[in-house]
Write a protein that binds this ligand. Structure first.
Ligand code: PLP
Length: 285
C-alpha cells in the first residue's frame, strides 16, 4: 500500500507526490535534507536534527518555508498518518522552482518542503549482530561537508562501490585519514580503550548520533578523543563501528577485507548500541 508523503502543505500518496522539473533541488542540488529515526512511533533525537537543519539552511542562505515547530508537527502527523512504529522520516527543503534555470537565487520563489517515511526495524537490524564490512574510497566531496546538502553523488558512488564489494559502508579517506562513512560517522576503540572519532569541522557532517554517543560515553566515564585516525590505526584497534540515525551504532568487522580486532562485533559497540537505544526510547517525542 502507498504510504503518505508531504509536499508543500499537502499530504498525498507517495506515488502522487511530485515537484516541478524546475525545482532547484533537481537542477542544482540546491537543497538540504535531514533523516530522523522513529522508534515506538516517536521521533528520535529530533531536536538535534532540527538544529542541524536550521544550521545547514543558514549556511546556504535558504529560508525555511515553515517554522521548526511546524516542521516537527508535520513530521509527527506523517508518522501518525503512516502508522509508522519503527523507521525513518526523510525531509528535504530546496530553494524551490523558478520559471527557468538560472544559477543565482531566484526572487519571490517559495522553497519546496517534502517529507516521506520508510519502514525500518533499526533496533533488530541483522547487521547489529553480524557487524558490517567496510571498504575505503578516496573522499572526493566538496569542502563544506558540514552542510547536509542533497548533493550526494560522491556518496552514491562510494556506497555503490561498497555494495558491489558486498560491504555495508564505505569509509572515505582524505590526506591518509578517515573522514567519515558514506552516510555515517566512523569510530574506533583503541587498544588503550579510548574511543576515537574525527573532530567536527568542514571535513565531515556533524552527526546527531555521533553527538549523542559521545555525550553518553563521556557520562559513563569512557575516554573519548575527537581527532582524525588512519585506516592502519583502525586495523590495529580493538573495535570499530559506525553511527547514524538509520543504523544507531553498528559494529565494523573488517576494512578492505582485513579483520578489525577479533573480526567479530566487539563488546563496546554492543554496549554503546544498547545505551543509545535506551536514550533514544527515553527521549523520543
Ligand atoms: N556522515 C554523513 C556523510 C551522513 O550522511 C550521515 C547521515 O546520513 C552521518 C554522518 C550520520 O549523521 P546522523 O547521525 O545525524 O544520522
Amino acid at each position: 500500500m502507498d504510504s503518505i508523503a508531504y509536499v508543500n502543505g499537502s499530504f498525498v500518496p507517495l506515488s502522487e507526490a511530485k515537484v516541478s522539473v524546475l525545482d532547484r533541488g533537481f537542477l542544482f542540488a540546491d537543497g538540504i535534507y535531514e533523516v530522523a529515526a522513529v522508534l515506538d512511533a516517536k521521533l528520535v533525537d529530533n531536536a538535534s536534527h532540527l538544529a542541524r537543519l536550521k544550521r545547514s539552511v543558514g549556511e546556504i542562505a535558504l529560508e525555511l518555508p515553515e517554522s521548526l515547530q511546524r516542521i516537527e508537527e508535520i513530521q509527527k502527523e506523517l508518522v501518525a498518518r503512516n502508522k509508522l512504529e519503527s523507521g525513518l522520516v526523510y525531509l528535504e527543503v530546496t530553494r524551490g522552482a523558478d520559471t527557468g534555470r538560472d544559477f543565482p537565487f531566484p526572487k519571490g520563489v517559495k522553497p519546496t518542503l517534502v517529507m516521506f517515511t520508510s519502514v525500518k526495524d533499526i533496533v533488530n537490524a541483522p547487521a547489529a549482530k553480524t557487524g558490517i564490512a567496510v571498504i575505503t574510497v578516496p573522499d572526493i566531496r566538496w569542502e563544506r561537508r558540514d552542510i547536509k546538502s542533497v548533493a550526494l553523488l560522491a556518496q552514491v558512488l562510494a556506497k555503490q562501490a561498497a555494495a558491489a564489494a558486498g560491504a555495508g559502508e564505505a569509509w572515505m579517506i582524505e590526506d591518509g585519514k578517515v573522514t567519515e562513512g558514506g552516510s555515517s560517522t566512523a569510530f574506533i576503540l583503541t587498544q588503550a580503550d579510548v574511543l576515537v572519532t574525527r573532530q567536527n569541522g568542514r571535513e565531515i557532517l556533524p552527526g546527531c548520533t555521533r553527538k549523542a554517543v559521545v555525550k553518553l560515553a563521556e557520562e559513563r566515564q569512557l575516554r573519548v578523543e575527537e581527532r582524525a585516525f588512519t585506516v592502519a590505526e583502525a586495523l590495529a584497534a580493538k573495535e570499530a563501528f559506525i553511527t547514524s540515525a538509520s543504523s544507531f551504532v553498528q559494529p565494523v568487522v573488517s576494512i578492505d577485507g582485513k579483520p578489525v580486532g577479533s573480526g567479530k562485533p566487539g563488546p563496546m559497540a554492543g554496549r554503546l548500541r544498547e545505551i543509545y537505544v535506551d536514550f533514544a526510547r527515553a527521549t523520543a517525542v
